[in-house]
Design a binder for this molecule. Structure first.
Ligand code: UTP
Length: 478
């Protein structure tokens, strides 16, 4: 795209997007330059195509469920899986971690509107006793895993234009929670303009476009563009362990999962949990024309979501996606460079904008469309994708909403249950009711145990054992 102001403005006019410059003449010189710089980022041909296919056509095309089948997955040993295959996978994952082939990767560019928290979501405090933030929990898990494998890990964190500076400042002010800053790599994801229902690009103010992050699927092209893939290659890293910023239970690097991924020569692998109930809002792993796909809960007809398997009596489409993936570095590069790339999805949203006089408008209902990429749309392009079962209690309790399901309260309880379970398996007497919750708050630092194995190792070394009481915090064993 040209940077010459006249021709840039003219290209918008001829694309029917001249409204972007409606207040241009009134702007101060530096505000004009900022608007021009934002406009120069826009791929007008791409916007035109999205408006034709997603906005004017009245929504994303209906998902074709013909020929759809539930995806097969590797079952946990306790759920019919082969215990020796799981041990082999774990050994392969352990070896890859010891060899430094794996980096952690967090997508943290979302806007977190449902939680309604002001600030990067990773800075939200989640742990039950010490109120540590999501970012601190992940840092300590990644640090602890690096110590355990004798190979400090690299951690890639994708931010957005909105939260990049605040995220970096948060880590700086907290001295990176003890992790070597040279191993934490922040990079911004791309952004997309929002349009109104007639396809016109919206202004957020007289001098700025309504821009928003391009979805977690934007991570693939952002990894390539930022140079992260080249850095990985120079460090001998070939596998990304992908997780979301809102889920403190996640095993940031899980050797068994990574081992399945590597042993199968998979380009992109995914964890699944059996859906708790038919209406649960998880994407579904399915197969269509021999390709692995994720069909969102809003796109799979409810009749199919409720269908049961006559043999097991369980849900037929039971494999729910929890947004944890292992991804091959060169697959990311191929996807980022490939023609077409991932498809955009349409999301109707309330978008703050300006009226024809330039006054701010905060709409009460959706007034426009945002375009987003989803990372799981890469799965159909991946060679040998594997879906691997995990226990929800070991990997998944996201903080999405301020209240109710997937809220800070449910996440706190799930952490308490996990700590209680580990302690009880280690033989400690923790009073707990039928809900699995302990009678009092307690907390296990990831530096003491970031998964069940590392917890057991630290616990067995610990002498004397601590008294189990309210407010107990198990700190680093070092
Ligand atoms: P969500 O789908 O929960 O979206 O993101 P969100 O924007 O964080 O929250 P709401 O919908 O506004 O309440 C799932 C994960 O994907 C990341 C988020 O940071 C989170 O880790 N994400 C989402 C990005 O990194 N970039 C995006 O553009 C969108």
């Amino acid at each position: 795209m040209t940077t010459d102001p006249e021709s840039l403005i003219e290209s918008f006019r001829s694309a029917g997007q001249g409204q972007v410059f409606a207040f241009y003449e009134k702007l101060a010189p530096d505000a004009r330059s900022r608007l021009l710089a934002e406009a120069a980022e826009i791929d007008l041909a791409e916007i035109d195509r999205l408006v034709r296919t997603l906005v004017r056509a009245g929504g994303s095309p209906a998902v074709d469920v013909d020929g759809l089948a539930p995806a097969p997955y590797e079952r946990l040993p306790g759920h019919g899986g082969d215990a020796s295959a799981w041990s082999a996978a774990k050994a392969a994952g352990d070896a890859a971690l010891r060899a430094g082939r794996v980096a952690a990767f967090t997508v943290a560019g979302g806007q977190g509107t449902r939680l309604g928290y002001d600030g990067p979501k990773g800075t939200f405090e989640v742990t039950p006793v010490r109120h540590h933030s999501l970012f601190r929990v992940f840092t300590e898990k990644i640090l602890a895993a690096g110590l355990r494998y004798g190979r400090p890990l690299h951690w890639f964190i994708m931010t957005s234009h909105q939260n990049h500076e605040a995220t970096e400042a948060y880590f700086r002010e907290n001295l990176h929670f003890g992790m070597d800053p040279a191993r934490i790599h922040f990079f911004r994801q791309g952004r997309m303009p929002a349009v109104d229902f007639s396809g016109k690009i919206l202004l957020e103010t007289q001098g700025s476009l309504a821009l928003s992050p391009d979805g977690h699927g934007g991570s693939l092209r952002a990894l390539e563009r930022s140079g992260a893939l080249d850095l990985m290659a120079s460090e001998g890293i070939d596998t990304l362990s992908y997780f979301q910023v809102d889920n403190p239970l996640v095993r940031c690097v899980d050797p068994a999962f990574l081992g399945w991924h590597l042993a199968r020569r998979s380009e992109m692998s995914s964890k699944m949990v059996p859906k708790g109930y038919p209406e649960e809002k998880l994407g579904h792993f399915c197969v269509r024309e021999g390709r692995l796909v994720v069909i969102e809960y809003s796109d799979l007809p409810m009749a199919l979501q409720r269908e049961t398997d006559p043999l097991t009596g369980g849900l037929r489409y039971e494999a729910g996606s929890i947004a944890i993936h292992a991804i091959d570095r060169e697959f990311v590069r191929r996807m980022a460079r490939g023609d077409g790339g991932l498809p955009f999805h349409r999301a109707d949203k309330k978008i703050t904008t300006v009226d024809s006089e330039g006054r701010e408008v905060r709409p009460a209902k959706a007034n426009g469309v945002k375009f987003e990429l989803f990372v799981f749309d890469a799965l159909p392009s991946a060679g040998n994708p594997v879906v691997v079962e995990t226990a929800r209690a070991d990997d998944f309790s996201p903080v999405k909403n301020a209240e109710g399901v997937d809220s800070p309260a449910t996440c706190r309880d799930d952490q308490l249950r996990q700590f209680t379970r580990w302690l009880r398996r280690a033989g400690a007497a923790v009073p707990a009711g039928a809900s699995g919750l302990p009678g009092f708050p307690l907390e296990v630092s990831p530096l003491f145990g970031y998964d069940e194995d590392s917890f057991m190792e630290s616990w067995s070394r610990m002498s004397p054992k601590p008294a189990i009481a309210g407010g107990l915090v198990l700190e680093s064993s070092k």
